[in-house]
Write a protein that binds this ligand. Structure first.
Ligand code: C2E
Ligand code: MG
Ligand code: MG
Length: 635
């Protein structure tokens, strides 16, 4: 037979290109890339052995050589199918947890075929070579079927575990399967046409381009594994129930470093840190989570060294480092968290990373995982559903907390506070659900419901008779950033025929620093329409003085923690008094929030605080109770 080697030579050339490309790119060393290398090696041998196998037949070499080379060829060719399936499984993160029956079904076909191939010289079931005559045996049909089995498995597993795959990845796997099986059928029908190896090499090229070089796992600057890789690694460990500890290191004042020393020096500083971490945690995987944060995963017996590692990294960071002839030192956070003890699932683990990379106001240095408020993702999702239910059923309630005017000891204002009592989760504090609602945008709907209920309250009651001058509604930044915000306010107040003097709006101190023009425009429109603006939680964040003046607040509400701290610490008395005088001179009134005791009340009254709100009088009350409270205390 005249064999045509063109496709084999093309395949060998392609493999060389793939090999060079693979090694010239930085890649993450993981099971996936190891299986890829094995697959590549095996695939490379196949066309080489194919050519040699055909040549020894053509040149009528000795039986031993013909059997040896061709058996070896069949073995590598069949191993390719098996390794391809292993590659797909490693991509789908199906490892040690795979059921034993599945493992047998995966390994058995290849094991049986390999046994037949190795013993072929004894029985000639695959081929025989006697007196320089090559004859195919009945087993040839079986080994044609094997790739169909393995590619079939690969497609089935990819389908079952599709949550672990991007759509594009699934398409690549199916394409490779189709190319391979088609080429296999062609070569079976036309044995001289050695197209199969070339089809395999095209498949490997697709794997290289689609998965190995996709770059989504590496940070292009440092060549280190990135945050996505960390997320994938965590998913894999948690899926396979492999205990591990994650150590994280974050340079706390990265922005300060870039402004003081420049970006180049700061980046050098970060690279130095990476080198030091590598030295300290020799065999562990290190990740560049973001520009100022690294992470290390410690497996099995390395876990016990987590504390030691944290101390060594901290000691290292305490020393100034010479970068570009200047000494650089910075503050840092270092922490560690273990699966499964501290992080029971992947979602909690990911929110831990997010929290660590963004946290503020925590003391610098080594931080215990318990000190970080790791968000419970499942609870968050449950709360999200509860919010959706309450929006759908309009079942949010609005409670009212009276605010007392110190001069006359009358309740002249009230703050409207939303309440959520879910059938499944019970009462959920606004401190928990408002931030969740803000993060998913449902706060707009929540805010509208609250505003409508407050409008109903104002329209159903005679506030003058109750002694109330106004009701305060809390606004979220997101609400004030909507272009239709004022339309909503105007529509609702018109619908319930509300006299605007009865409604005030509260904006938190942090929100007051909000930059976009739409925000300040909306506040200006509220003021133009005659509403009073209240700066909520003053003292809890950092109000920008210029913004305070621009936004022209009528009332400044001291944050409850600040109120309580001031009352407890006499050194702060003078400062608060002076601050109060400053706001008074700007024409603003002061509300002290969170007053719980008589002493606090007396002190604040003595320094001339205009209004007081707090549990000292009452908690927020449901509408009926609130009206009863006002009637009871009406002078
Ligand atoms: P906030 O606007 O600062 O409201 C005051 C919070 O302090 C209320 O908590 C109130 O119950 C609580 N409080 C009042 N007096 C005392 C006291 O003497 N001691 C203590 N420890 N706490 C006191 P609540 O109702 O849990 O609300 C928490 C936060 O949720 C509010 O803080 C506000 O930022 C937000 N919120 C509540 N209702 C709404 C709403 O309708 N819309 C928006 N956007 N946010 C809301
Ligand atoms: Mg408030
Ligand atoms: Mg407040």
């Amino acid at each position: 037979m005249n064999y045509n080697y063109d496709f084999d030579i093309a395949a060998i050339t392609l493999y060389i290109v793939i090999l060079v490309t693979f090694f010239s790119h930085k890649h993450v060393r993981n099971t996936n890339s190891k299986v890829f290398l094995g697959l590549l090696g095996c695939c490379f041998l196949t066309p080489v052995l194919d050519i040699i196998g055909c040549e020894v037949i053509t040149r009528q070499a000795s039986e031993a050589i013909v059997y040896f080379v061709n058996n070896f060829y069949y073995l590598t060719e069949q191993a390719t199918n098996f390794l391809f399936l292993l590659y797909v499984l490693s991509m789908l993160e199906m490892g040690s947890k795979t059921h034993i029956v599945k493992k047998i079904l995966i390994v058995a076909p290849f094991a049986i075929v390999a046994l037949v191939i190795i013993t072929n010289p004894m029985h000639g079931l695959l081929f025989s070579y006697i007196d320089n005559v090559w004859t195919y045996g009945p087993f040839r049909k079986v080994i044609i079927g094997l790739p169909i089995v393995y590619f079939g498995w690969a497609i089935i597993f990819a389908f079952v575990k599709r949550v672990n795959l991007a759509k594009k990845d699934g398409i690549i796997i199916i394409t490779i399967a189709i190319i391979n099986v088609t080429a296999r059928v062609i070569q079976y029908k036309l044995p001289a046409f050695l197209v199969h190896s070339y089809a395999v090499s095209v498949g490997i090229l697709l794997l290289l381009l689609g998965f190995q070089l996709s770059g989504k796992m590496l940070d292009p600057e440092t060549g280190l594994a990135n945050r996505s890789y960390l997320a994938e690694a965590a998913r894999k460990y948690i899926y396979n129930e492999v205990p591990f500890t994650l150590v994280m290191v974050r340079i706390a004042d990265y922005d300060m470093l870039t402004t003081s020393y420049g970006i180049e020096a700061t980046e050098k500083y970060m690279r130095n840190l990476a080198v030091d971490i590598k030295k300290i945690c020799e065999k562990s995987q290190i990740y560049h989570v973001n520009n100022n944060c690294y992470a290390i995963t410690l497996l099995k017996d390395q876990e016990i060294h987590a504390d030691d590692i944290k101390i060594r990294i901290a000691r290292d960071l305490n020393e100034p480092w010479k970068i570009n002839d200047i000494e650089m030192v910075s503050s840092y956070y270092i922490t560690s968290v273990s699966y499964p003890y501290q992080c029971p699932d992947r979602e909690t683990f990911l929110s831990y990373i997010t929290y660590f990379t963004n946290m503020q106001g925590v003391r610098y240095g080594i931080v215990a995982a318990e000190e970080l408020q790791i968000k419970d993702k499942r609870r968050e999702e449950a709360v999200e559903q509860a919010i959706d239910r309450a929006i759908k059923n309009k079942s949010f309630e609005v409670y009212y907390q009276p605010i007392c005017r110190t001069k006359t000891q009358e309740y002249v204002m009230a703050e409207a506070l939303v309440r959520l009592n879910d059938q499944e989760l019970g009462p959920i504090s606004p401190a928990e659900f408002i931030p969740i609602s803000e993060s998913n945008g449902s706060i707009i709907a929540v805010g509208n419901i609250v505003l409508e209920k407050v409008c109903q309250f104002i329209s159903n009651n005679n506030l003058d008779e109750l002694g109330l001058h106004s009701v305060e509604v809390n606004l979220s930044t997101t609400q004030c950033l909507q272009r239709n915000f004022m339309t909503v306010v105007r529509d609702l107040t018109a619908k319930y025929k509300i006299d605007r003097k009865y409604l005030n709006f509260e904006i938190t101190e942090t929100a007051s620093n909000c930059e976009p023009a739409i925000f300040t425009d909306n506040l200006a429109m509220l003021r133009d329409d005659g509403y009073h603006l209240i700066l909520d939680d003053f003292g809890s964040g950092y109000a920008n003085l210029q913004r305070l003046v621009t936004n022209d607040f009528d009332v400044i509400k001291f944050d409850k923690e600040m109120t309580q701290r001031t009352c407890d610490d006499y050194k702060l008395h003078e400062m608060v008094e002076k601050m109060q005088n400053m706001f008074h001179s700007m024409g603003a009134k002061i509300v002290a929030e969170g007053v719980e005791t008589k002493e606090q009340y007396e002190f604040l009254k003595s320094i001339g605080c205009d209004y007081i709100q707090g549990y000292y009088f009452t908690k927020a009350l449901a509408e009926d109770q609130f009206i009863a409270f006002l009637k009871e205390h009406r002078k």
